[in-house]
Design a protein around this ligand. Structure first.
Ligand SMILES: Nc1ncnc2c1ncn2[C@@H]1O[C@H](COP(=O)(O)OP(=O)(O)OP(=O)(O)O)[C@@H](O)[C@H]1O
Ligand SMILES: [Mg+2]
Length: 251
């Protein structure tokens, strides 16, 4: 089943020493069912705040978040991969991956069996019993992604999953995640500050303005996959989006 994710006029403010700070100001965005939408924008424009609202961790002050056109309980429909590595250091990689089975009260045996298959598919076969501290950054992110996939939610909200990785590891994981997504077909909201990454992976790229965050522009990326970062088309999309971001920074 594929499900859309819709933000309609979402606003959010936080208390600050200078009064309330408006972080999101009537933001609207559509993530199509089975599609991949990336949100790019400057640091602090409210991307993580939006991701947490999508996941039901934060509540919007105004506006609506709809799943499949309806206002349903999102913790049951949206899987959220946080920006920072949240693997539990005392659990093995496999035990980390099956966390949602514990939380949802599903069979651990079945979750372990599914996780073992995904470890192989995600290139982590043989590392199931290792603690996170003994894995590389790229491996830890893959474990966190397996954990996100194993939540069995239709919608994935991935907050800068490759943000902390070196360029080479990042490029490998981008290709790999794109391939897995084409096979599994989840609805993805992907948050990144890397425009090139957004062009390589997305059907649609939404550019967020600096604070307060609104969608400044949206671009459909009409290119076949897999995409090459050195192709003329990718370079052209990238240049045009960078121009939009730069224009937002000085206006
Ligand atoms: N719980 C909170 N209380 C107060 N202010 C907050 C809270 N969470 C976020 N903010 C503020 O909201 C703004 C947006 O933060 P957010 O983490 O959503 O930005 P971001 O776009 O994800 O940034 P980055 O690209 O650096 O990850 C920041 O100014 C931040 O300080
Ligand atoms: Mg963030």
């Amino acid at each position: 089943m594929r499900t859309s994710l819709t933000f309609a006029g979402v606003s959010k403010s936080f208390p600050s020493p200078r009064g309330r700070m408006v972080v999101l100001d009537g933001l609207s965005l559509e993530v199509d069912a089975g599609g991949w939408t990336s949100l790019v924008g400057p640091s602090g424009c409210g991307k993580t705040t939006l991701a947490k609202i999508a996941a039901g961790i934060l509540t919007a002050d105004a506006g609506q978040v709809l799943v499949g056109g309806m206002g349903v309980e999102r913790s049951r429909t949206v899987a959220y991969m946080p920006q920072h590595d949240t693997l539990l250091p005392w659990r093995s990689a496999l035990e980390n991956a099956i966390l949602s089975a514990d939380v949802d009260g599903r069979s651990r045996a079945q979750a372990r069996s599914e996780a073992r298959q995904l470890f192989v598919r995600f290139g982590l076969g043989g590392f199931e019993e290792q603690r996170p501290s003994t894995l590389s950054g790229g491996m830890r992110q893959r474990v966190a992604l397996i954990r996100t996939f194993l939540t069995r939610r239709d919608i994935l909200v991935l907050d800068e999953p490759f943000g902390a990785l070196d360029a080479l590891t990042r490029a490998g994981l981008q290709q790999w995640l794109s391939k897995i997504w084409m096979e599994l077909g989840h609805t993805v909201l992907f948050i990144t500050h890397d425009v090139e990454e957004a062009v390589l992976l997305s059907d649609r790229v939404a550019v967020c303005s600096s604070l307060p965050g609104r969608i400044r522009t949206e671009v459909q990326v009409m290119l076949p996959r897999p995409r090459s970062r050195v192709s003329a088309e990718v370079t052209a999309y990238r240049a045009s989006l960078l121009e939009t971001l730069a224009a937002g920074a000085i206006s």
